[in-house]
Design a protein around this ligand. Structure first.
Ligand SMILES: *[C@@H]1O[C@H](CO)[C@@H](O)[C@H](O)[C@H]1NC(C)=O
Ligand SMILES: *[C@@H]1O[C@H](CO)[C@@H](O)[C@H](O)[C@H]1NC(C)=O
Ligand SMILES: *[C@@H]1O[C@H](CO)[C@@H](O)[C@H](O)[C@H]1NC(C)=O
Length: 225
């Protein structure tokens, strides 16, 4: 079936263009989710030997309590799908001030560590970030989508506003391109169909003509000769 085959070909071209587009401009992901891969705490700050309540917090956001982390020197690993995950998310390459803390019922909360948490901290290939603080904790964070922020921010050197404008322009350009391809596809399919139809008509006509010829031959052979 030639027509669907041709259509398939064009569709695959469009898909290819879009996949190239999204691999080069993955910054269209609006939000990169950060989950905790593992954590081990080396001490608890709780005086009364009660089980500690450890939480993660980024400034201006809500606490994420780690319900399983109750003991020091235990290596806890997570799938990233736990009910309290994700820890936070990034919507740009901008850093956040975050930390691990321990809730204290008596005095103010204790700090394991507080630092600038940046999408650029996540390393290839799987978007992993290991943070270790001596005598406090060893934790790994996962954010595969953060890698795309970093590559986008380094390629868009005009700054966040200019980058956004460029992305919009690229988006518009690609939409137009996509539409053009779609139109070409439809026109091509129509042309092809027209051609096929014409050929069929011609074939039918020729067949009719030949049949007519046979009769005519018999009739007119004598007169012409
Ligand atoms: C924080 O939690 C409160 C209620 O628990 C919710 O209304 C608010 O939207 C949350 N804020 C963020 C940034 O998630
Ligand atoms: C992640 O971002 C979405 C919106 O982009 C928001 O609704 C959600 O609460 C955020 N999650 C966290 C853990 O900050
Ligand atoms: C921290 O944990 C990672 C595993 O997630 C491990 O490879 C690394 O050796 C640990 N670092 C220390 C100092 O224990």
């Amino acid at each position: 079936m030639p027509v669907p085959h041709m259509l398939n070909h064009r569709v695959s071209d469009v898909l290819l263009i879009y996949s190239i587009f999204f691999s080069y401009f993955p910054g269209f992901i609006s939000s990169a989710v950060v989950s905790l891969g593992s954590i081990e705490i080396y001490r608890t700050h709780e005086w009364l030997k009660a089980t500690p309540t450890v939480y993660f917090l980024c400034k201006g956001e809500n606490k994420t309590i780690l319900p399983d982390v109750k003991k020091a020197h235990v290596f806890y690993t997570f799938k990233g799908e736990e009910s309290w995950q994700p820890l936070t998310n990034f919507s740009s390459a901008k850093c956040k001030r975050c930390g691990f803390y321990e809730q204290d019922r008596i005095i103010s909360d204790e700090t394991f560590d507080e630092w600038e948490f940046c999408p650029s901290d996540f390393t290839k290939p799987e978007g992993k970030y290991l943070r270790f603080k001596e005598k406090e904790f060893n934790a790994t964070f996962l954010c595969p989508e953060c890698l795309s922020f970093v590559s986008v921010s380094s390629s868009a050197s005009e700054g966040p506003e200019g980058g956004k404008g460029m992305h919009m322009a690229v988006l518009v350009l690609l939409s137009v391109l996509g539409l053009t391809i779609l139109i070409l596809m439809v026109v091509g399919a129509y042309k092809y169909w027209q051609k096929k139809k014409r050929e069929q008509d011609q074939a039918r006509f020729l067949k009719l003509f030949e049949e007519g010829d046979d009769i005519e031959d018999e009739l007119s052979l004598g007169t012409i000769m």
